[in-house]
Design a protein around this ligand. Sequence first.
Ligand SMILES: *[C@@H]1O[C@H](CO)[C@@H](O)[C@H](O)[C@H]1NC(C)=O
Ligand SMILES: *[C@@H]1O[C@H](CO)[C@@H](O)[C@H](O)[C@H]1NC(C)=O
Length: 454
Amino acid sequence: MRSSTAITALAVGASTVAAAATKRAVQTVSVKGNAFFAGNDRFYIRGVDYQPGGSSDVADPIADADSCKRDIAEFQKLGLNTIRVYTVDNTADHDECMNALADAGIYLVLDVNTPKYSLNRADPNPSYNDVYLQSVFATVDAFAKYDNTLAFFSANEVINDAKTSSVAPYVKAVTRDIRQYINNRGYRIIPVGYSAADVSENRLEMAEYMNCGTDDERSDFFAFNDYSWCDPSSFTTSGWDQKVKNFTGYGLPLFLSEYGCNTNQRKFEEVSALYNTEMTGVYSGGLVYEYSQEPNKYGLVEISGNSVTELDDFTALQSAFKNTPNPSGDGGYNQTGGASGCPAYNPPNWDVQDDSLPAIPQGAVKYMSSGAGQGPGLSGAGSQNAGGASSGTATAGSGQPTRTGTSGGTNTASGSATSSGAASTLKVSHELALAPFVCAAVVLVSSVFGAALL
Ligand SMILES: *[C@@H]1O[C@H](CO)[C@@H](O)[C@H](O)[C@H]1NC(C)=O
Ligand SMILES: *[C@@H]1O[C@H](CO)[C@@H](O)[C@H](O)[C@H]1NC(C)=O
């Protein structure tokens, strides 16, 4: 997120409308090769980043049903299928907003961290602790039940220059832990990955690193922020052609977690490249930064009280999306997918000496079998120095599902993944996804680590 220091209060109206008890139409999204699929159809993220109030106001934008529904009308005008939310309150009720989003065919990519419950890049080891993971897992618990939860970001922009690449093992450990937690709790296999800052010195290394090593340590996708296309530009002028070249053969779905340079007048010309076959063999779309106008001036709309005013950038993005359908067929994705090699130690740009990861903090192991319980929400005391830190190095394969949880049924899903992406043809209803027994069956079919291995 582009930082700003001013604080903007988000006016929220009282929620009065009860959630409709209708069945949701949205299909779950899963990974096949280096792409996302909804059913048999390739899924491209056509989205915006959504956090009214910005980085300095930690209001949960999807806990208030009225503002959520107000903004869904705008999302639909833009033709979106996805929003990204950076911060939620894991004690709040999100049913009404999530169901309204599902009714509109809109998915959620969710950051599981909050400002107070996150890794500390300046001193990562104490911040990777059981109090922190409890909050993260409680957020997973709150959103795993929705069919339109598309993916979780395990962390956002923790590495923000060359030398902070030394923190990468912690990011990877958290990603491992979330994936293990999802498996152990018997949830649908929701993709988990990292959202990287726009750091040219180690972008490719970070992508490879998150996809190297044993299967339990590998992500389900990789995303990065990219502000390098500043209109007027082109596929070659922006250098995006070189990024496509460099990422060709990367075995996971790749997408832009933030884009939309605002140096000059925005026409969002990059949209016509992003959803064109010159990129879709390697990229799966992206998220425009950002929906609401904040002090850093990337907004598409101005929110004032309960009213929303569309800005020029809104109209520009709306017409860019309208003029850019998805490619027909599968967009040239790579069905094989697979692991990368781990990048070589090369300080300062890549300051990671070997492939070992910190072990899960001892105090957090119990959540794998008993669940996380109630989260701390946004008013908790914070986690960065609050808990028992990780001590020691993980053994390879330590993040494999252990399936000792009570919600996972009797089937064991440990061992290697064998599946086929058949999950993408399974449509699990909201109701069924909550049933442990059915869940366990879905886990078996959909493979432990996602179809990315195939
Ligand atoms: C692509 O990879 C080459 C070789 O590693 C590197 O020099 C170049 O900076 C990369 N380009 C981009 C845009 O990432
Ligand atoms: C497809 O992915 C595999 C595994 O990452 C890679 O070896 C292969 O070169 C890729 N094929 C293409 C056409 O990019």
